[in-house]
Write a protein that binds this ligand. Structure first.
Ligand SMILES: NC(=O)c1ccc[n+]([C@@H]2O[C@H](COP(=O)([O-])OP(=O)(O)OC[C@H]3O[C@@H](n4cnc5c(N)ncnc54)[C@H](OP(=O)(O)O)[C@@H]3O)[C@@H](O)[C@H]2O)c1
Length: 409
């Protein structure tokens, strides 16, 4: 299923060589632009001579007031030969954008940020948030063979990089994938981050796939949000039996997406209802907190059943304790919990979003086959990003919030 010669494979050499500050255009006249020069912009560029672009940035961490619109963010530059510049047509928002705006993960992410950018700017600011993008490739680094300028692509950009709430964003090719043909940019921007998170949790960590799900009973806690609505569809595409936990007003939505059983967590009798059901083989928990206390008890013990949570203290521990102590605390917390659950016959795991073009290729196939559809809660214009953040922060998502950055379709 994976495309042969995907850039994730072909760019290994250039990543190992890691030539910083070396980039070469493959658009326009074909003459390369090396080193620190600004990339030449192709014919799709709205303002070819501009060296600035519109962007939403933050200059320090805080509440929604820190969001600032500027038309003078420098155009991004290709620093590495495996990078592409994407013109952003639409950008999806995720809870991590709200958290990062407030400083979540800053200590760990700072270590991963591009030292060239930090050195140039003097700090991680101005920082552009937004992880999801659907757009068009404008410029390719020297070693990029898989994409060409003009390709329609989608991606979820790693959180230590500049984000997608801007006219242009730089991504490495192993983060990028061709956009599903049957989706608009708005629809496509709603999926990569939540899709890759669900993929990582269910497939990479949980070991589920299209060949082993037909006899599996899966419980999704937090089924009505971005991750949940994607996970229901992925699991149904793989043939699993899905029980979804959500608010009563979201039950029609999750049933439409294929959930076989729906439990209202506000009904008061949720735990009794769940205990009456046959035991589960797998739980995906995107709510965390007190759910860890009772949900694992719903699993089939001593049968390889897995409890996978997306809500972990991983970055918070590093923020609070520093890298070394934070990692020790993470290892101790995870080790103690997994041992405790293992003694009761359950496998306990943490799962994380992972930016991954090849996985997005596989997701695109499922989307093209109409096995997974976008679930969009609300679309905001680019001028309205602060309201989109406020909406996200109020919670109660029913699918995804998307920003129309430059979308004509
Ligand atoms: N580990 C990682 O790398 C990773 C990656 C992605 C996401 N996450 C985390 O996973 C969580 C979900 O992400 P998301 O993008 O799906 O968020 P989201 O789109 O905001 O959705 C959250 C959903 O959960 C529902 N909900 C709230 N309390 C609930 C409860 N007790 N039981 C069942 N449903 C409940 C909300 O609706 P109602 O309040 O109306 O019920 C909402 O529909 C977030 O905490 C996020 O930070 C982690």
């Amino acid at each position: 299923m994976l495309l042969k010669g995907h850039p994730a494979c072909r760019n290994v050499l250039s990543r190992l060589l890691g030539w910083p500050g070396f980039g070469m255009s493959c658009s326009g006249t074909g003459r390369g632009s090396y080193g620190w020069q600004r990339p030449r912009r192709g014919i799709h560029t709205s303002c070819p001579r501009s060296t600035m672009m519109p962007s939403w940035v933050i200059d320090h961490y805080g509440n929604n007031d820190v969001l600032r619109f500027t038309e003078t963010m420098p155009l991004p530059i290709i620093h590495y030969p495996n990078e592409v510049i994407i013109k952003v047509h639409a950008a999806g928002l995720n809870p991590i954008d709200i958290s990062m705006r407030s400083g979540y993960g800053a200590s760990a992410l700072d270590m991963k940020r591009d030292p060239i950018r930090i050195k140039t700017a003097g700090s991680e600011f101005p920082m552009t948030l937004g992880r999801d993008v659907s757009g068009v490739v404008m410029e390719c680094g020297l070693s990029v063979k898989y994409f060409r300028p003009g390709d329609e692509v989608w991606a979820a950009i790693s959180p230590w990089k500049q984000g997608t709430l801007a006219e242009f964003v730089v991504a490495s090719v192993n983060e990028v994938s061709r956009k599903p043909r049957n989706l608009s940019h708005i629809q496509a921007a709603s999926m990569p981050y939540v899709g890759l998170t669900a993929w990582s949790a269910l497939k990479d960590v949980g070991g589920l796939n299209q060949d082993n799900c037909s006899n599996k009973r899966v419980l999704i806690i937090g089924a009505s949000g971005g991750v949940g609505t994607f996970a229901i569809q992925l699991l149904k595409a793989w043939g699993a039996h899905v029980t979804a936990i959500c608010s009563q007003d979201a039950s029609a939505l999750v049933e439409r997406l294929g959930a076989d059983a729906v439990i209202d967590y506000k009904s008061g009798s949720m735990k009794e209802q769940l205990q009456k059901l046959p035991k589960f083989d797998f739980i995906l928990d995107s709510i965390g907190g007190s759910t860890e206390g009772w949900a694992p008890g719903l699993l089939n013990k001593w049968s390889g059943a897995k409890y996978i949570t997306l809500v972990t203290p991983f970055l918070v521990n590093i923020d609070r304790l520093g890298v070394a102590d934070g990692m020790i605390r993470n290892a101790m917390t995870f080790g103690a919990k997994s041992l405790k659950y293992l003694c009761t016959g359950i496998h306990y795991h943490w799962a994380f979003f992972s930016s991954n073009g090849p996985s997005l290729d596989e997701i695109a196939e499922l989307v093209d086959a109409e096995k997974i559809k976008p679930v969009i809660d609300q679309v905001f214009p680019f001028s309205d990003v602060p309201n989109a953040f406020e909406k996200m922060e109020r919670g109660h998502a029913r699918g995804k919030t998307v920003i129309n950055v430059f979308n004509k379709k």
